[in-house]
Design a protein around this ligand. Sequence first.
Ligand SMILES: C[S@@+](CC[C@H](N)C(=O)[O-])C[C@H]1O[C@@H](n2cnc3c(N)ncnc32)[C@H](O)[C@@H]1O
Length: 637
Amino acid sequence: MWHDTRVSVTLLVIKFGIRRIRNFRSQSKRVSAASATHSQACTTETMSYTRSVKVVGLYLLRNEADIIETNLRHHFAVGIDEAIVIDNGSADGTLELLANLTEDMPIQLSSEVGPMYQQERVTRMARLATLQGADWLLPIDADEFWVGTGAPLRHVLEETPSEARLLVVELVNFVQSRDVLAAEPGCLASMSMTPERTFGPGGDLPRMVREEEIGFVEIRYTPKCVHRATPDATVSKGNHYAGERGATPTDRITCLHAPLRALSTLTTKLDHGRRAFEDGVPGEASWHVKRWWQMARDGTLDREWEALSYQDGAITVGGRRRELVRDDRLRHTVTDVAPLVRTTAADVHNPTAAMPPAVGAYLLALETVPGWLSMLDFRLLVELDRLQRHYGIGGDLFEIGTYLGKSAILLGHLARLAGDRLTVCDVFEHIELIDQESFPGFNHWYSTLTERAFVEQYQRFHAELPEIIVGASETIDVKQLDRARTCRLVHVDGGHRYDIVRADASTAQQLLSPGGIVAFGGISASHFPGTALAVWELVLGREFTPLCLTGGKLYGTWDAGGVDWSARIDEWVSQERDLGSEIHTLAGWPVRRVFAHERPPVPAEKLVRIPDLEDLPGGASAGEKRPNPSPSPSPSL
Ligand SMILES: C[S@@+](CC[C@H](N)C(=O)[O-])C[C@H]1O[C@@H](n2cnc3c(N)ncnc32)[C@H](O)[C@@H]1O
């Protein structure tokens, strides 16, 4: 196994060629000189020091396409010689970008999917780098920009006395402007404020944040570490200083940290929070992400963004201003390398970036809820909802057929965002309400369904339940419910027998107001031919306008409300890099079929395999267990 890696390293050197590395170095040095001019004066020390050190940056990444090139170019400019990078299942184009960047930067790139197992993976990279001759190991997060104070980082490391085994470095948290909602290339440039005063580490910080005495960004983080390379190098969780021996605090290096570079970066933090919460991570561990997750469930996250971002030079905590100070270090750092950065918004493919964080976090969690909502239908429903709000089309949401709530949880988010009501209808465990013909299918697909199981899933994501109608949908009397023309979105995904779908379609038609849209589920399932017959019959009937279809649903309207929906759908598809559409003329209707492109896998020759711990010198244990790493293509969102 080790033999394989050596082959990859040799190949890497051959691939770059001496000339390319030289070009790369001189380019980096020019930027490096610029970076040093922005640093503050350094402290003078007399010391014996090691020259000509090899510094290796270690990166464990997931979904960082907007900033990773800026980050790498900065660190190559100020001092690292090589980078070892593990991409941990990014779905936003990070892996593809990195594969391109291996062409002009000395990067060993690996793809390992599954849980992050941060400590174990970074330790493996550290030990591999040691074996390859590193002197210093610098674990770098994508939102960290390490700088030397008064001299480039590299010079500081070269001049560090050999007794110093581990450098302990302070982090400075930079705060983003409130109007930066989506993380995209260039967004770091407006992170030009830092807290006037910081608190901690230690003490009762969680309480102070919860009770809105201080904002989360005012917390001083536990310092980070630069490690002298040793065969048994072990990187602690998050690379935070954990009392290791031989540690030397230094003020000659600073880690400029951009913890929340846009509102949308809360999405992944919510996902961490959900997992920490559901895995029962105890007490105050991961308290901040668990707190954000709770706020997302309660619908109070918007208020939290005011405490995490600046406006007029201050964050807003509990309705009060907490002052920040101007600090241009991060801004200068990223603008210095900006001329070299080729990543554009078109290279970043992160559908969650444009979604409110709680909705994006549900997309990340979608696989954890059993049911039948595809990621494509999820994204299409979010877009149709956005368009309806854009055009001022109001109304409630209604779903027939919830199963365990996979689609209802999304509709619940969309309803909550607009202050609308969601009503759902299902028979749940009441199989006595199901007709004879439907019974075998019901028994096969929904045999374990209960209302309680639906409620449990729904409450994972929402503090409040929707209105629940327990019963057969074909018995719904819209007039009696007093709900005629009250809805803007109806999802028909219940019984699949022909006459039930016809009845549900009629219910949807009565519920919908002008501009309202219906989505029919199960239109392509061969075991539910009744659904297809009823839906295509509607299309032939000429009163109903079919707009678009996906692999499982057909979307349409009885009254477009003056909106050219087809044009809007075309516009949206053209902006989503991974989506395509084609027009099918169906009984005279031009109907868009929307589909997601398969993402081509990153060529195997661009990837290396990082050996397992037991195949590296230094001992097997590094804190966390993980399954065998498996290089694999990124999942698509
Ligand atoms: C395909 S599943 C719904 C999937 C769900 N929308 C999702 O996103 O996972 C169909 C649901 O319809 C319900 N159902 C079947 N016949 C029904 C009827 N006549 N009235 C109400 N619900 C019905 C079933 O109990 C089942 O939960």
